[in-house]
Design a protein around this ligand. Structure first.
Ligand code: 13P
Length: 258
């Protein structure tokens, strides 16, 4: 038995990005509740936009569907127009928060350092951070994948204590696989996940590294989910496009039954 079969419960999260109004979010969650496999062998979450969080939380109440935010700012309050703090999300009942998504890095100036600051703020509160890392195509082609991942991990995780590490979820999202239909092959994905796990062993220790879930993200669909999610170091998925329809997302959640 591989380690993830013994100790890591799969985690399937849908990142809706800039999709769905509050009403659409509530209707989706009502439908997803009906479609969840029983028994449910995975943690499940969806990440609506900030403005749809209250409606999503109300719709998900009493269900196993967790609600994630797509980002958060590191300051507690103040003159930071357009930003949202961890306390504001916690007050709503948000349980997870995605940090350092490649679209934040690519379009909104996010850096390894700012991801680290956001992670610090989240760890000082109560939510579970989902920290995204992943190389761009030109970095992979230049043979720099491991160097990029190491730097991204350092930016995020320097200063994270072993006790705090148990609250982490990582997401490996190779940028060339996001929204492109070009999924990493199981071999490429497993190799990167194993690399990240080794980095976690070096940074913390083996039991801690083995307890941290590493999700794969990048064109995950019902057709390729089982092939990725049954690999030893892939503990779940962060799903973009294929999470936007409840029927399709439910099939990914039920990857074992597919
Ligand atoms: P796609 O599943 O649309 O490729 O997006 C992946 C992603 O960015 C999830 O955060």
């Amino acid at each position: 038995m591989s380690a993830n079969e013994t100790s890591r419960r799969p985690f399937i999260a849908g990142n809706w990005k800039m999709h769905k109004t509050a009403g659409e979010a509530a209707a989706y969650i009502a439908r997803l509740k009906e479609l969840l496999p029983s028994p449910l062998d995975a943690d499940v979450a969806v990440a609506p936009t900030f403005v749809a969080l209250p409606a999503a939380l109300a719709a998900a109440q009493g269900s196993p569907i967790g609600i994630a935010a797509q980002n958060v700012f590191w300051e507690k309050s103040g003159a930071f127009t357009g930003e949202v703090s961890t306390a504001m999300l916690e007050d709503l009942g948000v349980t997870w928060v995605i940090l350092g998504h490649s679209e934040r890095r690519q379009y909104f100036g996010e850096t390894d350092e700012t991801v680290g600051r956001r992670l610090r703020a989240v760890l000082d509160g109560r939510m579970g951070p989902i920290v995204c890392v992943g190389e761009r195509l030109e970095e992979r082609e230049a043979g720099r994948t491991w160097e990029v991942l190491t730097a991204q991990l350092a930016g995020a995780l320097d200063g994270v204590s072993p006790d705090e590490a148990g609250r982490l979820t990582l997401a490996y999202e190779p940028v060339w696989a996001i929204g492109t239909g070009r999924t990493a092959t199981p071999e490429v994905a497993q190799e990167a996940h194993a690399f990240l796990r080794q980095e976690l062993v070096k940074r913390f220790d083996k039991p801690i590294a083995n307890s941290i879930r590493i999700l794969y993200g990048g064109s995950v669909k019902p057709e390729n989910a089982a092939g990725l999610l049954t690999l030893p170091d892939i503990d779940g998925a962060l799903v973009g496009g294929a999470s936007l329809e409840a029927e399709v997302f439910a099939k990914i959640i039920d990857f074992k039954g597919a």
